[in-house]
Design a protein around this ligand. Sequence first.
Ligand SMILES: *Cc1c(COP(=O)(O)O)cnc(C)c1O
Length: 359
Amino acid sequence: MKKHNFSAGPCILPRVAIENAAAAVLDLNGIGLSLIEISHRTKDFEAVIDEATNLFRELLQIPDNYKILWLGGGASMQFCMVPFNLLNKKAGYANTGVWAKKAMKEAKIFGEVVEVASSEDKNNTYIPKGYTIPTDLDYFHITTNNTIFGTEYQTDIDCPVNLVADMSSDILSRPVDVSKYALIYGGAQKNMGPAGVTFVIVREDILGKVERAIPTMLDYRTHIKEGSMFNTPPVFPIFVVKETLKWLKSIGGVPAINKINVAKAKLLYDEIERNSCFASPVAVEDRSLMNIPFIYSEKCKDTDPALFLDFAKSKGMVGLKGHRLVGGFRASTYNALPMESVQALVECMQEFEKSVCKC
Ligand SMILES: *Cc1c(COP(=O)(O)O)cnc(C)c1O
């Protein structure tokens, strides 16, 4: 049976990227050696990392005064690396859910942390607005897409201080004005590649301003200086990133995928609104293009979530279980998820309403 992969992360990748990665593991470019058994300091691998970097710069239109880094440790490592490198006295954070909170927790180790805005009062079902960002902050940190709660900033915000963004789950899903940010980071495993590599886009002039000593591996300047090759970079994930970016370019880049993402999300949100069995917990104006949580409607609220999950599973749908903090269901509609999968989910929801749900 054809599978429809709605997993939140790691998640669906373009099939062609997986096939090309599989081929490179067996034999890279016909050199008679595997991608994963050659030195990262060979011409063959240098071509891989350079192509990944160049494609990323081109697709997201990253200006020349920003460096692109490929690191280990996941987005979670950036929760501490950002304040280690940037927090002198005081940083501001928007608390929009689990990941934002984890980032704040690490920053508190390095200095004063101000919660400039929060959506906790309504279980993080919206993006805070209308707040003032203090101008005495070393930086202000946002999570542009809240993977668990399904909220997303719809535009790049104006910020009077250095803006730092965790874009783990919406990178390359929509056009971004990189020049509005001082630093952008994320784990690759949601829209760019497999787990194991983290991207950092950093404007170089913000570095070197803190007093403390920074361990070599946690200092962005080390990785800038060494071209992400201070130590052995995650070679296999970087290869898959390169292939994923090649695929994205081949279908028209970020503007093209954004159109498709908007169409996919609209199809699903419209069905959630129409279907008497389901409802969206998220404020209409803040709904994510990438992670779409839905719950049973008031009339069906006593129905066992397993009823829909098992029915969906019988139709080949995987990864639809909602996060425990939201409950219900969550469909992640990342770049590589085809429109047909969303159509299949919508049909499944319609059939559930008509003939499976008894409420
Ligand atoms: C998944 C996720 C993380 C954690 O990423 P790791 O690479 O597993 O550390 C952080 N922030 C957001 C927004 C995420 O979706």
